[in-house]
Design a protein around this ligand. Sequence first.
Ligand code: UDP
Length: 331
Amino acid sequence: MTILVTGGAGYIGSHTVRALLKAGYEVAVFDNLSSGHAAALPHGVRLFQADLLNPDAVMQALAETQAEAIIHFAARIEVGESMREPLGYYRNNVLGSLNLLQEIQNTGRRIPLVFSSTAAVYGTTDAVPIPEDAPLRPESVYGETKLMTEQMIRAAHAAHGQPYTVLRYFNVCGASPEGDIGEAHASQTHLIELACMTALGKRAKMMVFGDDYPTPDGTCLRDYIHVQDLAGAHVLALKALLDGRHGAATYNVGLGRGFSVREVLDMVDRVVGTRLPREIAERRAGDPPRLVADGTRIREELGFTPQFPELRQMVETAWMWHRTHPNGFEF
Ligand code: UDP
């Protein structure tokens, strides 16, 4: 049984490809390698190096693999960049997903779809932790593009029975415990990744974006989840879809507790064994004060149980990856 993974050469995608192989699935990857890395893929995984903006390439990949399910990661993912280049984000993320949905429909087969969404669809909410039925008010173009894609998927379900699971990720971090794949973006924006770069001396200091938020220590709270656990959540979602259970489901993927920027940086200090220089800076546009998941639904319905729930494990695996791969996949 072949699973087609769009964006499978990226950070979360490549961890999920491994988890799928381990679970016994065959995997093919569709990735334009704009930010993914062929080196992140295990040998023997077929790579369609192509773009979702090219419907013929999507059609061909579906025809050649006869995919029985699709996991759709391919997207641009940076909040800040999405505010500077909104049209590029709408084109890539929304139009790319529309092409995928259209080509699925054109096959005439029901191909279940797991979609990679984000906590950024919620924006600032009163509810803490955030349940899946909280109001959806994204504050960034990135979050907007993910919400628009969710809406297209739900409409395709209502009209044509498209089976789907939407997974809304909270803050993904960490790296494979084997130490050979991890986060490797050309432009680094994520907190733990940047802190590791600072520890390696590749950056002078850490900037803390705002210490005047209405949170216990004034810095933003986020619900961090290990990438390996997130990959496992995709396998669970896929199995449930293929079994015919939960054909129209939306789940938060988070652990239900928040760590502040200060707490994360303190943990990085402990793991790397040095105090990183830090400076308080302006708030970053598009950052809600707290994003913490209500993870009850995925626990109860899919039996999701994290294997790496401790912040220390997340930071340790991230640090191992960055320390041994300071230039990502370019050695
Ligand atoms: N952050 C920070 N300094 C940095 C990078 C991030 O203070 O150099 C903060 C950011 O404002 C947010 C949290 O760390 O409150 C997590 O940001 P990240 O970019 O890792 O993930 P996001 O929450 O945007 O998905």
